[in-house]
Design a protein around this ligand. Sequence first.
Ligand code: BGC
Length: 362
Amino acid sequence: MIQNDSAAIAAAKGGTSAIFVPAQSLRPPLPGEVLCQTLEIGVCGTDREVLASAQPFTPPTEQHLILGHECVARVLECGPETPGFAPGDLVTPVVRRAKEANIARPDMLAFGRYTERGIVEEHGFAQPRFVDRAEHLLPVSVEIREIAVLAEPLSVAEKAINEAVVIQKARLDQADYKPRVLVTGMGPIGFAALVACRLRNWETTLFGRDEHDSFRAQTAISFGARYWNERQCLAPADVEREGFDLILECTGSDHVMLRATESLAARGVAVWLGSSRRPQSKPHNVALLMRNAVVRNHVLLGTVNAAPRDFRQALTDLEQLQKTHPVETRALLTERIAPRDALWHYENRRPQAIKTVVVFGE
Ligand code: BGC
């Protein structure tokens, strides 16, 4: 087995554990392509789900998928006639790519019409170097070098918020949308949603399982959010006065989603950012969800991935966070590990971990 820091981290067909495989052998970049050195990779719930499925969507004819879709990298070499980047530039790649040309919103495509690096049919970035097309790379400013690995998960939260904003502006004709927000979940997407809302100066409550004095609850509070756990009631007696206008559901739990939605005020939007890949059928009071959605004019919305708009906004928001909350934002990166120590983290999570980062290069 290959076990050094020049290997790639992969999911194999038929296995549920992350493994080391040889990195892709690379050729010099062609016109329009860029050769990059991977600096950091974020480990996320999707990686764990890909592994748990034992059926990764590998590139056609291959038996494994190199993981890694949250990435900050450095440009090593640009192909001929490839404007826009120079060696030494920092970049972050987008995840999803349309299989056809001229698609403005690849994030809206149906399954089968796109690839996702590190997730669907294309190898990811958990390897020392990779080649990508310039149009899939976004420039990263040196000021946010340390936190830029958060750009991809943050882009997912930005999309959820931006879609809610677009919908509310269209149907309510409200110039100034200032929702009271409930974020459910204390994983990296929950925290991404929380910081994105706080940057917009929205009153934000995080709901999770931790005690109030836990590291994660205190981290939420350090961004100016309120923290709630099971001791607070998620179904307030007076939903209009004490409820929420926007719910960002980041646990992927049907149970939490149903309970949280009981606190959604009239005209509210609930966005689902996570879900179970293998849903189980369970008895639930879905009739209540329907009743409340009807009488309160709710929008229940699912979102995945991010539009180019959202990815750019994630980078702008990280620049802002680096100015206003440098220490707190850095605290979201709870562990930095070498590739040789990374495999355990693809199947396990430490109790108070938020984002684990695999460091491939300095
Ligand atoms: C990624 C998204 C991707 C989704 C589904 C998430 O972890 O952040 O970009 O679209 O998985 O594959």
